[in-house]
Write a protein that binds this ligand. Structure first.
Ligand code: PEP
Ligand code: MN
Length: 342
């Protein structure tokens, strides 16, 4: 499924021209923000109610389904009154249970399609909670949109993708379709294709990508918007893989190998924990402190070096050994405190 259209509805011409461009791209929903949640006051806060009539004109002229972002009851009422086909809750609204509840109550008894963007902060429970509020209002057609998460440091992305969170969401809510919004993750047009491809490879159900008839002149999110023609090319260059469960013999054999390897890993961890226990007892007998920073740093450095030379990424082994070390300290502290209590 593809949702596309400008970040914001700006003028009647811009909305209709963008829709005209998109009308032969084969999108499922035409999107445009009518009320925009902006970080700073004084930035363009959306064209407001007049934008609704332009969206309705898009539907009449090009037969496209229309969608917009809602952030309060009044927006929902206007979207319902004008028969929008889909509404979404933006990242800045998903963070606030009062806002989501207000929207949910307004939706009660309607059959509109609703999408819930992830909250700006990396909080899986908040995202799930917002989806649950909409489901509880009786809405059955609910999807989630992954648009990335805020981080303080500057990174190559506008919003950190943190793929683990949508993967966890899919585990917890397997029946909720999952969309990816590479525009707000990437923040720049050249990042859209690799992000969209990754979402497809992870078996997402669709994409929301911002598109504008003249991106460089866009009033909001200019750097991340692409023209309808560019969207068409992007969609054509995506590799869409087979989504069916694999049950071929070769795959079954690979899975067995993985299971055996995981079992060996568990055994190795258990052995390592036993050694930590013995060290704990020894240190207790000799009345030694648990943490010997120099030794630990030296061991970590050597392990990371060895692992890197085997082609295992440094970041990964560092994290892994830190976790293992943390647990070794836990085991040794437990032994010391047991003895103190005796
Ligand atoms: C948008 O879709 O234009 C938007 C404001 O998105 P988000 O809520 O993800 O920031
Ligand atoms: Mn935007």
């Amino acid at each position: 499924m593809v949702i596309s259209g400008p970040c914001s509805a700006e003028t009647r011409e811009q909305v209709l021209e963008t829709a005209r461009g998109l009308s032969d791209v084969g999108i499922d929903y035409f999107r445009a923000g009518i009320w925009k949640p902006r970080t700073r006051p004084g930035d363009f806060e959306g064209i407001g109610d007049i934008g609704i009539s332009w969206m309705c004109e898009v539907r009449e002229t090009y037969g496209l389904k229309i969608a917009t972002e809602v952030a309060k009851a009044e927006h929902v009422e206007l979207a319902l009154k004008n028969k929008f086909d889909m509404i979404w809750i933006g990242a800045r609204s998903t963070v606030n249970p009062f806002t989501v509840q207000e929207i949910a109550e307004c939706l009660q008894g309607t059959g509109i399609k609703v999408m819930v963007k992830n909250p700006v902060n990396p909080d899986l429970k908040l995202w799930i909670g917002a989806i649950e509020r909409i489901l509880k209002a009786g809405i059955t057609d609910v999807s989630a949109i992954h648009r990335g998460f805020s981080v303080y440091e500057k990174t190559r992305y506008r919003n950190d993708p943190n793929w683990q969170i949508p993967i966890d969401l899919k585990q917890e809510l397997p029946d909720i379709p999952l969309m990816c919004d590479p525009s707000h993750i990437g923040g720049r047009a050249h990042l859209l294709l690799p992000l969209a491809q990754k979402a497809m490879d992870l078996n997402y159900d669709g994409l929301m990508i911002e598109s504008h008839v003249n991106p460089t002149l866009a009033w909001t999110d200019a750097k991340q918007q692409i023209t309808p023609q560019e969207l068409k090319q992007l969609l054509q260059s995506l590799t869409i893989r087979n989504r069916a469960e694999i049950d071929e013999d070769a795959m079954i054999a690979f899975r067995e190998q993985l299971t055996l390897t995981d079992e060996s890993l568990i055994q190795l961890l258990k052995n390592r924990m036993r050694i930590s226990e013995q060290i704990g007892k020894f240190k207790k007998d000799k009345n030694h402190v648990i943490l010997q920073s120099n030794r630990w740093e030296e061991a970590l450095r050597k392990n990371v070096m060895k692992a890197s030379s085997e082609g295992i990424p440094e970041e990964f082994v560092t994290q892994l050994f830190k976790l293992i070390h943390q647990d070794s300290i836990r085991i040794q502290s437990e032994i010391l405190s047991q003895n103190e209590n005796d």
